[in-house]
Structures are given as structure tokens and as C-alpha cells.
Design a protein around this ligand. Sequence first.
Ligand SMILES: [Zn+2]
Length: 231
Amino acid sequence: MQIARAAADKGLRCIAFTDHYLTRKTKSLQPYQLNAYLDEIETVRTRWKDRLKVLTALEIDLLDLELTGRCLPGDEFLSKLDFLLFEYVSDIPLAGIPLAHLLSLLQDIPCPAGLAHTDLPIMFPHRSADELLEIFRQHRIFIELNEAYHRPGDALPFYRHAGDLFLKTRNRSVYFSAGTDLHNRLDLLGAREAVAFLEKLDLKSRILPVAQWTDPDVQQEKYNYRQTGSR
Ligand SMILES: [Zn+2]
């Protein structure tokens, strides 16, 4: 509730809750807590419905996920989510599950997926920007810009190194979200800076779910995603 209030006060129109699910790196949701998590977000959604669009999601740690996908929530729960965020895809230093493997897991996942705080130029050195963006478009993977992650010894967040890549999305249906790693802070400023960065690149209309509301193609895709869901 506090986070929703802070978001509304900062003038954001949409927020998504993306709590960690089954990760070892921090306190995270366990399978038995998923229904309570959905209920809690529903309460927030109802309370703020006039000022804020509230989305339900989870962040999945690809370092902890089994290659079989066995540590994902069950299908019944996945169909109730607006999206899943995956962190550490193809993360070379940390040995995250490679993108190619994630793509095969996504075939069985009914909700859209995003890549959380990924240093795209570093993590995919062997793929051209065109190749990478084509994969994202085909598999409906969106890109999260997150203020909290930096290269060692660098003050800029990862996304600031990916401007050229982002510009190449102009003629493709590839979408973005702006993220903050709240964990213990109630600081939503990062999301605003990421939004401003996309605005400068003239890509603000590609931020979900603004894009979902205005782009008929995406609305259709959203319908496809949601047809098995409850909302
Ligand atoms: Zn994360």
C-alpha cells in the first residue's frame, strides 16, 4: 500500500509488483504464499484504481531456476500474472541460464516475459543488435531499464550503455519497462529517470503498459496472452 501511495505521489500512472520468487539471494516468496500475494495486490489495485494501474508479476532468478523450469510457479498461477521478470539471463560472470534455454521455457509460459536489469551489450557479445531485438520481438520479451545495476567501477546504470541498441527498436515491436530495485527502499525515482531516458530517445510510447493501451497490435497480443488468464 505504501509503495502504491509513493508511486501515485510521484506521478506514476502504472506500477507492477515483482517480488522475488524462490531465490536464494534474498528473502523471497514461497509457493504456499502465492495466493496471499495475489490477494494483497488485488487489495492495493482496488484501493488505487482511480489513480494507478497496478500489475501483478514475479521476478525469477535464472541462477536458481532448474533447467527443467521446475522452480517456476504452476500454470494455474502463471496465467494470473501480468508478466514474469527474469534476472541474470545469459549472465556470463554468474553463469545464468542462457537466452536460448529461456526461450524454450517461454514456450510453456502463458504470460509475457521481461529481462530484468540486463547489461545487454555485455551479456550478448556474440549477437548483433538486430538479431537480439528480433528474438525479443518474436518471443515478446520486453526490456527492463533498472537504475540499481552498474558495471564495476561505473556510475551509470546498465541501460545507459544500451541507447544505440534501444534506438534500433524504433521499427520493431519491442517494448520496455522502467524498474527500481526497491528491496528495502521506498525510492521510485529510478523509474522516473529510466522513463526520462526513453523519452529522450523518443521511445516513451514503447513503455508498457502505456504501449498496451495505445498500440492496437499490442492490445491484440495482450488479449492473446490473457485468454487463459482470469483477468
Ligand atoms: Zn533483480
